[in-house]
Design a protein. Structure first.
Length: 245
C-alpha cells in the first residue's frame, strides 16, 4: 500500500505566496513595457504629427496554461523551469497601419538601454508557409521587487491591422475545427493571407508618397507641424536648430 505524502497548511501558503509573487513579476514587466510603448507613441505623435500604433493588447498566461505547456514540452514542473524555458508568459500585441511602422516601433524598443533583445523572428520578410506574417520579439526588462531585481521576458508581436485580422480569423478557425482544418479552408486562408499582404504593400506605397509630399511642402514653405498645428519658422531659426543637432 503506497504511503501518501501529506502537505501542511504552511507549505500550501508558502507555495501560494511564491506563485503569486512569480506571476506579479510578469504583470509588472507588462506594465513596464506598456509604459515604454505609450511614451514612444506619444513622442512620435508630437514629432511627426502621426501615430504609428493603432492599438495594443496585453495578456498574461494563467498558471494552469503555463504548467500545461511544461507538461507538453516534457519539462520539469518548477518555477525555475518556467522562467528559463517559457518565453511567452507575458505578451503584448501591437497593431500598426503600415509595414514601415512595424520596423520603426521595433527599432525604438530595441534601442531602450534597459531592454535586452533575446530573440527576433521576422515573419514579414519570410512568412510562415500558411501565410502568417508578424514580427516577434522576445525582450527582457528589469523588474524591481521589494527585495530583489528580476530580469523578465516579454514577448512582443508587431503586425499591421490586416495581418492581425487574418491571424485572428485563422485562430478562430483552428479552434473551431480543433486544428483539423479542411484542406479547402487552408487553401482559402493562404489566399486571404496573400491578398492581405498585397493590400499592405499597396497601402505602404501610398503612405510613402503622402509622407514624401508632406516633407516637400514643409521644406518649400518653411513650416513644421506640432500637435497637428502648423507653425511657420524663420529660415535662420530652422538652420540654427538643424546645425545644433
Amino acid at each position: 500500500m503506497s504511503q501518501q505524502t501529506s502537505v501542511s497548511v504552511e507549505q500550501i501558503k508558502a507555495v501560494k505566496q511564491e506563485l503569486t509573487r512569480f506571476m506579479m513579476m510578469y504583470k509588472f514587466a507588462l506594465d513596464e513595457m506598456n509604459t515604454k510603448i505609450n511614451i514612444l507613441q506619444e513622442e512620435f505623435q508630437y514629432i511627426h504629427s502621426y501615430n504609428p500604433i493603432e492599438h495594443t493588447k496585453s495578456r498574461l498566461k494563467s498558471p494552469e496554461s503555463i504548467f500545461k505547456k511544461l507538461r507538453r514540452k516534457g519539462l520539469p514542473l518548477s518555477l525555475v523551469s518556467v522562467k528559463d524555458q517559457i518565453q511567452d508568459i507575458a505578451g503584448i500585441r501591437i497593431s500598426c497601419s503600415f509595414i514601415s511602422d512595424i520596423y520603426i516601433i521595433s527599432e525604438m524598443l530595441q534601442k531602450q538601454k534597459d531592454i535586452t533583445v533575446i530573440e527576433c523572428k521576422d515573419y514579414i520578410k519570410k512568412a510562415k508557409p500558411n501565410g502568417y506574417q508578424s514580427l516577434h520579439l522576445i525582450l527582457e526588462v528589469p523588474v524591481f521587487m521589494s527585495d530583489r531585481e528580476e530580469s523578465v521576458k516579454v514577448e512582443v508581436q508587431i503586425r499591421t491591422v490586416a495581418m492581425d485580422f487574418w491571424a485572428s480569423l485563422e485562430h478562430k478557425i483552428y479552434y473551431k475545427y480543433e486544428k483539423a482544418v479542411p484542406a479547402h479552408l487552408l487553401k482559402e486562408l493562404k489566399e486571404a493571407a496573400d491578398a492581405a499582404a498585397e493590400l499592405d504593400q499597396k497601402m505602404e506605397r501610398i503612405h510613402q508618397e503622402v509622407e514624401s509630399a508632406k516633407s516637400k511642402e514643409e521644406a518649400d514653405q518653411q513650416v513644421i507641424y506640432i500637435d497637428n498645428k502648423t507653425l511657420e519658422l524663420p529660415h535662420k531659426l530652422i538652420q540654427a536648430i538643424a546645425d545644433a543637432k
